[in-house]
Design a protein around this ligand. Structure first.
Ligand SMILES: [Zn+2]
Ligand SMILES: [Zn+2]
Length: 169
């Protein structure tokens, strides 16, 4: 859990102490309740401060020309990875995917704007056994995502064809 210069933390942890203040821990978590709460409050403060200073709320880097409370592109991708795929490890992968799609919706080619209209879609939805692997993922607009719902890629295309078949004639 802790490595290198954090060896002393590991020792504290193994003895059942909070790694920050060394009181007896109440759970498997590294910090005691008080330290966890303090950490939460500090994080909220940091978030507010970064908003005021127009910095990325994730990493604190200065971002220019963006709305207050926004994240830099890198932090936004890892945020989406956490929310949509349950791990920030896939942040780089979905960023690559975004640029491979040239920042366009996989279905409509509409321009995707991070933190605005862009979201991830599972080609085969999770509810139908689809995985969180990158080959089951593509970028679409939020509008498309809403309409597609929990349809598979093929079901969605069939629906679109039905609609256009009716109105094209
Ligand atoms: Zn503590
Ligand atoms: Zn950032």
């Amino acid at each position: 859990m802790f490595t290198g210069s954090n060896e002393y933390k590991q020792r504290r942890y193994d003895k059942g102490f909070c790694v920050n203040c060394s009181v007896k821990r109440d759970s498997e978590k590294a910090l005691c309740v008080d330290c966890r709460n303090a950490q939460k409050i500090a994080a909220q403060k940091r978030h507010e401060q970064r908003k005021i200073e127009n910095k990325c709320t994730g990493c604190g880097h200065k971002i220019s020309g963006q709305r207050a409370g926004q994240k830099c592109l890198r932090c936004w991708f890892s945020h989406v990875a956490v929310v949509s795929l349950g791990t920030r490890d896939k942040g780089e992968g979905i960023a690559r995917l975004f640029f491979e799609q040239r920042g366009q919706c996989a279905y409509t080619n509409e321009k995707l704007i991070p933190a605005k209209n862009a979201c991830l879609d599972h080609k085969i939805p999770r509810t139908k056994g689809g995985s969180n692997d990158l080959d089951n993922i593509h970028w679409v607009t939020k509008d498309i995502n809403r309409v597609k719902g929990n349809k598979t890629h093929d079901e969605f295309l069939a629906l679109c064809r039905n609609i256009t078949a009716k109105y094209d004639n």
